[in-house]
Design a protein around this ligand. Structure first.
Ligand code: SIN
Length: 348
């Protein structure tokens, strides 16, 4: 009798184990690559949303705080860095891109999620957009409130980003940025507010989709930004120094000369309006262009198109920080002035 009971218990255990193994076998794999930021931030006060320490919690702490993630995918966390996003160096960017490419080329992951500080998330997102070309979803996510805050946005953002990375409907859409229930294209999304949870905007092109009760709803069939360029960085181990100079009334070229004298290999100008500057600046920029030093005119307005000038390259739809990433990649892969101009032209 005892033996029969034991046999029944053992069979049930075997059945349970095989059912849960079978359930796991049909769940997609998603790897989360963590870099730091407010999503991994903590503070002594749950009311503190400005003076907390960003990049202080390990990725496994973030995953364990959202057990629902395990119903969606088989999730593995890897810590690439744990820092505020202002510290994301060209070395971290290159490591991250190489790791994403490796994971997706291996073919075992349905998608990859990157956790990141929101301050410069758009730069890393754009860098990944230009250095990957897999169909699987690459989702980059942050939070505006630290993990310790009342109504922290990180846990839901993380869950939604894993749901998106695990979803085949999210394939062939380029790198996507997830915050505040919105899905944005890495090409166009930008941080447009310093503190509020709805900080991320995609002004002219709009969002790709929205989450409803944690499920992604897309507005369009899969689409890629027009003329998205691909740069193979598998053999690149450093990005050149490119400085951004902010334009203002009656500006002298002091900062421009300082940047070049300190080793900048290219300059982005956050010009006024359609990439305009004072006559003094224009003359100095022309001299640099004549020497073969690339200068790209972007706009400080926050959105819109910048056309090419007689004295410099126009950034098209790219804002200054994204123009810097494109120029760094162009220089790192050996482009000359004409090719650089074509890369920016192809953004139109
Ligand atoms: C950061 O960018 O690392 C800090 C700010 C944030 O993540 O919201």
């Amino acid at each position: 009798m005892k033996k029969t009971l034991l046999n029944t218990l053992l069979s049930s255990l075997i059945l349970y184990t095989s059912v849960s193994l079978a359930a796991d076998a049909i769940k997609p794999n998603v790897t989360i690559l963590a870099t730091g930021g407010t999503i991994a931030g903590s503070s002594k006060s749950n009311l503190d949303t400005t003076d907390y320490k960003a990049g202080s919690l390990d990725i496994n702490v973030l995953i364990n705080a959202v057990p629902e993630i395990n119903d969606v995918a088989i999730v593995k966390g890897e810590q690439i860095s744990n820092t505020i996003s202002g510290n994301i160096s060209s070395e971290i960017l290159l490591n991250l891109s190489k790791r994403v490419n490796h994971l997706l080329n291996e073919g075992k992951q349905q998608g990859v999620v990157i956790t990141h500080g929101t301050d410069t998330i758009e730069e890393t997102a754009f860098f990944l957009e230009l250095t990957t070309q897999n169909k699987q979803p690459i989702v980059i996510v942050g939070a505006m409130r630290p993990a310790t805050a009342i109504s922290a946005d990180g846990p839901m953002n993380l869950l939604e980003s894993v749901v998106l990375a695990a979803d085949k409907k999210a394939e062939n859409r380029g790198v996507m940025v997830v915050l505040n229930d919105r899905i944005g294209s890495a090409f166009y999304t930008t941080k447009a507010n310093s503190t509020t949870p709805d900080a991320f905007k995609s002004y002219e092109p709009g969002y790709l989709g929205v989450f409803v009760s944690g499920k992604p709803k897309f507005y369009y069939t899969p689409a890629q930004p027009v003329d998205r360029t691909f740069f193979d960085v598998s053999k690149v181990d450093k990005l050149p120094n490119v400085e951004i100079i902010y334009a203002y009334q009656d500006q002298t070229p002091t900062m421009l000369h300082a940047a070049i004298n300190n080793g900048a290999k290219g300059i982005i100008v956050a010009g006024s309006g359609n990439g305009n500057v004072s006559s003094n600046m224009e003359e100095a920029i022309k001299q640099l262009s004549d020497k073969g030093i690339p200068v790209v005119m972007a706009t400080r307005t926050g959105s819109g198109y910048v056309s090419s000038k007689s004295f410099a390259i126009g950034s098209g739809f790219l804002n200054p920080q994204k123009s810097r990433i494109l120029l760094q990649l162009a220089l790192a892969t050996g482009a000359n002035l004409k090719q650089i101009s074509n890369y920016f032209d192809s953004q139109r």
